[in-house]
Design a protein around this ligand. Structure first.
Ligand code: 173
Length: 323
């Protein structure tokens, strides 16, 4: 035990020395991930952190302090806004209190490269700067659609009589189709379903098996709708305190993170197969019901943006949507 302690303290001194001597310009950013460590939704950021730490020696390092058990998901926006953490990987659905305009992000019909060209990224970044004191470094989730998962039969775009677990992503859409909505963080989905408190829930196509929810889920409803937004945010004071070189490096790493969106199509197929192999079935809406489902999702989504962010809604729609 004594020897171990000595080794440990020698290591600690060595670490401090190494950190101190690496470079006067090296910055270590404390980051938090809103999603369960190791799960497919958390993964792009975990890979990002690994990539930054490999490429950014002597310049920028990221210390990932943990997942949703470190900071509750709905408080992560506040944490990065106030500088409790320097960086966060979090969906706008977890910070609607700070940025109501975030409701538009899931309605994106363009790729991130398109948004970086048409001024969309710039506008979204500006909103995050002004309203939330964060830099909008990059977005994951484009190409990863949301779905409704249910334990009761469904063959129409009609959710009346169903109680569904939601976040701000799904609320307006599900309610407009007649559902009774209850909001929970992801950590409570399993028990909510297991106890029959809800008949179903919204979640992306990715992650069901990682979270063990196939055990309490009978079916997925197709088609999916919207596109996930999970955003890499940097506290704005921290961002402004970085050198030009550090900012340029992080910007490049952010583009690398957005490059991972190209993998989503293949991941989605693999996830569908895993769900089927686990015994989940698909309730596929077809014909007019499918049209109604898709149109209602879009309409409810934009109506909500108009309601919560009337001054930015038209501009957001022009930049993010295709029509
Ligand atoms: O369902 C959710 O908790 C949610 O809103 C979300 C958003 C992005 C990715 C995964 C889940």
């Amino acid at each position: 035990m004594k020897l171990l302690k000595k080794v440990a303290s020698a290591l600690a001194v060595a670490t401090i020395f190494a950190a101190g001597s690496a470079s006067a310009d090296e910055v270590v950013l404390r980051a938090v991930n809103a999603f369960q460590p190791g799960s497919v939704v958390a993964k792009p950021f975990e890979r990002f952190v690994e990539h930054v730490n490999k490429e950014g020696k002597g310049l920028v390092q990221i210390n990932l302090i943990g997942g949703p058990s470190a900071i509750p998901p709905f408080e992560i926006g506040n944490a990065v806004s106030s500088g409790v953490v320097d960086m966060a990987y979090v969906t706008s659905a977890f910070y609607p209190n700070l940025l109501p305009e975030g409701a538009a992000l899931k309605l994106t019909e363009r790729t991130m490269s398109e948004l970086r060209e048409n001024g969309g990224w710039e506008f979204i970044n500006e909103l995050h700067n002004k309203k939330m004191n964060v830099w909008y470094l990059a977005r994951s989730g484009v190409g990863n659609p949301f779905h409704l998962y249910v334990n009761k039969p469904l063959d129409k775009a009609d959710l009346s009589g169903l109680t569904l677990r939601v976040t701000p992503v799904y609320r307006s859409f599900f309610e407009d189709l007649g559902a009774n909505a209850i909001q929970t963080p992801p950590s409570e989905v399993y028990t909510t379903l297991e106890r029959g408190v809800a008949d179903g829930y919204g979640w992306p196509i990715q992650g069901i098996l990682d979270l063990g929810w196939h055990e309490v889920t009978k079916a997925r409803v197709d088609p999916g709708f919207y596109q996930v937004d999970v955003n890499a945010l940097v506290n704005l004071d921290k961002w402004n305190s970085l050198t030009d070189e550090q900012r340029a490096f992080l910007t490049e790493m952010g583009l690398w993170l957005e490059g991972l969106n190209a993998e989503n199509a293949a991941i989605n197929e693999a996830e569908k197969k895993k769900q089927a192999d686990a015994g989940m079935v698909v309730y596929e809406l077809t014909g007019a019901e499918r049209e109604k489902w898709i149109n209602q999702a879009r309409e409810s989504g934009w109506a909500e943006v108009q309601e919560v962010a009337p001054e930015s809604a038209a501009r957001l729609r022009e930049l993010l949507a295709k029509e």
